[in-house]
Design a protein around this ligand. Structure first.
Ligand code: NAP
Ligand code: ZN
Ligand code: ZN
Length: 346
């Protein structure tokens, strides 16, 4: 079917209006009218080839919220009119140990990304959510709770699950001390979830102007990281620190804030590898870990949690023509706290 959206035609070029084909519905597919698509920093990394060679033309976007308009003959999970979401992947092998455990993002054959990759036929280029419509297999879409605002929901499909998953995995909750580095799209969701789970939550930010917002989101402490002395002055009693920074960062001061057996989880994915201080790891048997989005079942769990706790992303809704400026402002950490494209305007 004929779709319209915005695409990057070559690395680092501005996004421009773009018409393209989506596949006709297979038996287990649903079609959705996209209402909102979030702008994730990963879109920018890929549009600018900061993660290596990419596929162009590229329609980015993997934070998709919309309404089902058509269902295939074998669809049982959704019906026309349902509010659904699609995130960072649209398929996986469905049979490896990761897939059968509901951890499709760690599929041993590799998950099928929502864009900048090929579908499982190995030749169809997947195109993402900066577009008016989408087609996806029912098993790779999730249900949006009725009480949540769709613009604020879109970022939950990547930013939300990407922070919810490590918070759950490493047991954030009452009596735990959690730090979130970077109050951006991912980071602000991390703060909301950490607070809702009952953990003592600190924001580490290089933007002093974000303090009031962080506190309004429920953060208990806000530490300005521009001066490393501010970090060194803190007590070394963090259970878990989540690094969501999109740029290179010296991890050592954060490792040093972890208590015995504490964990620093890498979530931000700048192109350049980090340096790791071995003494900082050894000293308190600390761990350095990574975490990537979350599986379909946990994404649904996260959305249900959001429904119960009335959590959505703080968004700036924009028209498609503003995407290029939104990219610049995201890179400059100047967004409160996620740009979301009004897909009715494509
Ligand atoms: P974002 O909205 O741009 O937020 C990144 C935040 O990092 C900024 O708001 C800023 O927070 C901080 N920051 C930026 N530049 C910095 C610098 N030079 N020094 C120190 N802090 C800086 O980006 P995002 O969409 O949240 O994504 C963050 C990263 O996570 C990206 O690299 C993205 O590709 C990656 N990501 C990973 C996964 C995964 O599954 N692991 C999923 C999605 C995205 P302050 O202003 O508060 O300092
Ligand atoms: Zn993302
Ligand atoms: Zn698999």
């Amino acid at each position: 079917m004929q779709a319209k959206g915005y695409a990057v035609l070559a690395a680092s070029k501005p996004l421009v209006p773009f018409n393209f084909e989506r596949r006709e519905l297979r038996a287990t597919d649903v079609a959705l009218e996209i209402q909102y698509a979030g702008i994730c920093h990963s879109d920018i990394h890929q549009a600018r080839e900061e993660w290596g060679p990419a596929i162009f033309p590229m329609v980015p976007g993997h934070e998709i919220a919309g309404v089902v308009t058509e269902v295939g003959t074998g669809v049982t999970k959704f019906k026309v009119g349902d509010r659904i979401g699609v995130g960072v992947f649209i398929d996986s092998c469905r049979k490896c140990p990761s897939c059968t455990a509901g951890l499709e993002q760690y599929c041993l054959e590799g998950m099928t990304g929502t864009y900048n990759g090929y579908e499982r036929d190995g030749k169809t280029v997947a195109q993402g959510g900066y577009s008016n419509l989408f087609v996806v297999d029912q098993d790779y879409a999730v249900t949006v709770p009725a009480n949540l605002d769709m613009a604020g929901v879109a970022p939950l499909l990547c930013a939300g699950i990407t922070l919810y998953s490590p918070l759950k995995n490493w047991g954030a909750g009452k009596g735990k001390k959690v730090g979130v580095i970077g109050l951006g799209g991912l980071g602000h969701m991390g703060v909301k979830f950490s607070v809702a789970l009952g953990a003592h939550t600190t924001v580490f930010s290089h933007s002093p102007s974000k303090e009031a917002d962080a506190k309004a989101m429920g953060a208990h402490e806000f530490v300005v990281t521009k001066d490393v002395a501010n970090l060194e002055a803190l007590s070394k009693d963090y259970d878990l620190i989540l690094n969501t920074v999109s740029a290179d960062l010296d991890l050592t001061p954060y490792l040093n804030l972890l208590k015995l057996d504490g964990t620093l989880v890498l979530i931000g994915l700048p192109g350049k590898p980090y340096e790791v201080s071995t003494p900082s790891l050894l000293a308190q048997r600390r761990s350095l870990a990574g975490s990537m989005i979350g599986g379909i079942a946990q994404t649904q769990e996260m959305l249900n949690f959001c429904g119960e706790h009335n959590i959505v992303s703080d968004v700036e809704v924009i028209e498609p023509s503003y995407i290029n400026e939104a990219y610049e402002r995201t890179v400059a950490s100047d967004v409160k706290y996620r740009f979301v494209i009004d897909a009715a305007k494509f």
